[in-house]
Ligand binder design. Structure first.
Ligand code: X8Z
Ligand code: ZN
Length: 631
């Protein structure tokens, strides 16, 4: 009797121990692994709470850009940074000693504390520099070309509207100069401080430079080489597009405004940074005589609202059996520009790390460009929801490029004639040869043109962070690199008295940009995988081409996509990518396959037109400014 009672007690005790053990330790765990797991689980929860606090303060600032909200955000982040920093040495104690691979990965990720490694004073100073740049970007307004006393024009929507619709080079030049003079140059001091302190933080984390700190997120020592190789692989296609566009612009504007062999003056391309060239496409449409799919006017005709655009994206994910948008998303997001206060209009998606609290903040308008951005942002949201059950260390993407690619893949599918017909935004779901080239060209003006731009933005910052460019030539170097890698130049002469990089949001906000380059390659790998799985793409079948593949409603595609996303950052990206796409590298082959018919067309057409391929000189950057880099 006594023996069976003791046995029962022992079983209860074992059961209780197993129940209170941290997850993953049910079988055999070394004592140290067990201790580490308890520690990491407890600290992860505390870290999640601190991050949530940080994000809420940052979100409140983003949706109401006031000095008070900026200060609150800095103070909350500074207090949390002190606590985060204390965690690192505790975790490092375990790093060489524990066996469990998953624990090691979590400990390694959590012990990398980034800016938090700085002293409290430095941390605050760095945050102050970054957020001062962000505030300036968010609140910069420029004067109207037609009415110089009206200086209330914002980037979104006013300036962007003029860049999209005006074809007057003088007006476009005016807005370009206004924006770069006001959003860029005054931020020089803050940018310098940012470079100094981010470099200090990188050294404290044992990295050679802040560039190497950024690159470590890719967990691949060869990633920068791979980046260079990808840029080189797409360059022939880019040069063909560049030559064609410059030729058509030269025909339209004449030799004085657009020389037929140098850089393209960037103000003519419909985008402040010339990162996409599709907004001015009517000047260089391959077949202007065939009607275009005009989605913007169709949306207007059908009285589309901003909410309807988000519902469309939600429906797409739901059709794949993926996560629907939670109720709180609709209540807590800011989807339109408020009229009573300044906000950071540059679109962003937020993971508030609790109870599926995910939000988007953006200044949506009803047009094709924003339809893309809506899907882009919803891609981030979907990822957040898919990995929400992971511990905090893993609540991000395994490769920073994955996060930026999710919504873009959906947008690729949504933009096909097939899908646009399904949702009533296009009368036809199939394209004849000429319309196909028009559509492919439009997509290339967004996707291919973007790659050299993204490449330059971070190659430039790497050079700055690695101290390869003398500070006195930072601006010239920026334009030299833009000229060299992208073949565009400013509309007016820029010198080192100007400082133009902060005219781009991600430079102010300390957002690494290689992620977008990677995403523009990965998204075609993802797209091809999903299209193949859903049998919407069959190689060499003219009825199922890659560029008219819509995987809407396909549950097999949805299953594979969800599986890929739920992993979050819990595993190295290569095997996860391989399982999803069959490839374990960032590989431009899928992108090149997608655009192959266009490339063939461009080569023939450029020859026929006598369009010069390549660019040699720039008139708008001082010739004596030569930073040490090569193509
Ligand atoms: O910044 C963004 C998104 C938010 S993550 C709107 N993108 C880059 C940009 O605007 O420069 C999306 C593509 C490139
Ligand atoms: Zn994004």
């Amino acid at each position: 009797m006594m023996r069976s009672l003791l046995l029962l007690l022992a079983i209860v005790a074992i059961f209780a121990t197993v129940k209170s053990m941290p997850s993953g330790c049910e079988d055999t765990c070394s004592a140290l692994d067990f201790e580490a797991r308890v520690f990491i689980e407890r600290e992860s929860e505390l870290l999640r709470q601190r991050r949530r606090q940080d994000f809420i303060a940052a979100y409140n600032y983003n949706i109401n850009v006031t000095e008070a909200n900026r200060q609150t955000m800095i103070n909350v982040a500074t207090a949390n940074a002190v606590l985060n920093k204390e965690l690192a040495p505790e975790l490092q104690k375990y790093l060489d000693k524990i066996d469990d691979e998953d624990l090691l990965r979590q400990a390694r990720i959590l012990s990398n504390v980034g800016f938090d490694a700085l002293s409290e004073k430095d941390y605050k100073e760095l945050k102050n520099a970054i957020t001062a740049m962000q505030s300036n970007y968010a609140t910069t307004t420029v004067c109207s070309f037609f009415n110089k006393s009206d200086c209330s024009l914002t980037l979104e929507p006013h300036i962007q509207e003029r860049l999209s619709n005006s074809r007057d080079p003088e007006e476009l030049k005016h807005y370009w100069k206004e924006w770069y003079d006001k959003a860029g140059t005054p931020m020089r001091k803050n940018f310098t401080k940012y470079v100094q302190l981010s470099s200090k933080a990188a050294h404290l984390n044992n990295f050679m430079s802040y560039a190497d700190y950024w690159l470590h997120f890719y967990e691949d020592n060869e990633f920068e080489e791979n980046l260079d190789a990808a840029y080189k692989a797409i360059l022939p296609l880019y040069r063909a597009i560049h030559a064609y566009v410059r030729h058509r612009l030269n025909e339209h504007y004449g030799n004085v405004t657009v020389p037929d062999n140098g850089n393209i003056p960037m103000h003519l391309l419909g985008n402040m940074w010339a990162q996409n060239w599709d907004e001015a496409m009517e000047l260089y449409t391959p077949y202007p005589e065939v009607p275009f799919l005009d989605v913007t006017s169709e949306m207007e005709k059908q009285n589309y609202t901003v909410e309807k655009m988000f519902q469309l994206g939600d429906e797409f994910f739901k059709s794949l059996n993926m996560r629907p948008l939670p109720e709180s998303f609709w209540n807590l997001s800011v989807l339109k520009r408020p009229t009573d206060r300044p906000i950071v209009c540059h679109a962003s998606a937020w993971d508030m790390l609790q109870d599926s609290d995910v939000r988007i903040k953006m200044c949506t308008e009803v047009d094709t460009h924003y339809l893309y951005v809506v899907h882009h942002e919803l891609g981030h949201i979907q990822y957040y929801l898919q990995y929400e059950n992971q511990p905090v260390a893993y609540r991000s993407s395994a490769n920073p490029g994955f996060h930026e690619a999710v919504g873009d893949v959906i947008a690729l599918s949504v933009s096909t004639p097939k899908h646009l017909k399904t949702i009533g935004l296009s009368p036809t779901g199939q394209l004849d040869a000429k319309r196909r080239i028009n559509e492919l060209f439009k997509t290339a003006l967004k996707k291919v043109v973007f790659l050299p731009f993204a490449y330059t933005l971070d190659k430039y910052r790497y050079s700055v962070f690695r101290d390869e460019i003398d500070e006195s030539t930072w601006n010239c170097a920026f334009w030299r690199m833009r000229s060299m890698f992208t073949g565009v130049e400013p509309p007016v002469v820029r010198t080192d008295r100007d400082f133009d990089p902060p005219a781009k949001y991600h430079i102010d906000a300390d957002v690494e940009y290689l992620r977008y380059f990677a995403a523009h390659i990965f998204q075609f790998q993802f797209y091809k995988a999903l299209c193949t799985l859903s049998k919407q793409y069959v190689p060499n079948d003219i009825n199922r081409p890659l560029d008219n593949c819509d995987f809407f409603n396909n549950k097999a595609a949805g299953r594979a996509f969800s599986k890929f996303l739920t992993v979050g950052n819990s595993k190295h990206w290569k095997p996860v990518l391989e399982e999803f796409t069959g490839d374990d590298e960032m590989n431009p082959a899928a992108l090149l396959e997608y655009f192959a018919p266009l490339y063939e067309w461009l080569k023939t057409e450029n020859k026929r037109l006598g369009a010069i391929v390549g660019w040699e000189h720039t008139d708008k950057v001082a010739p004596d400014c030569c930073p040490p880099f090569s193509t």
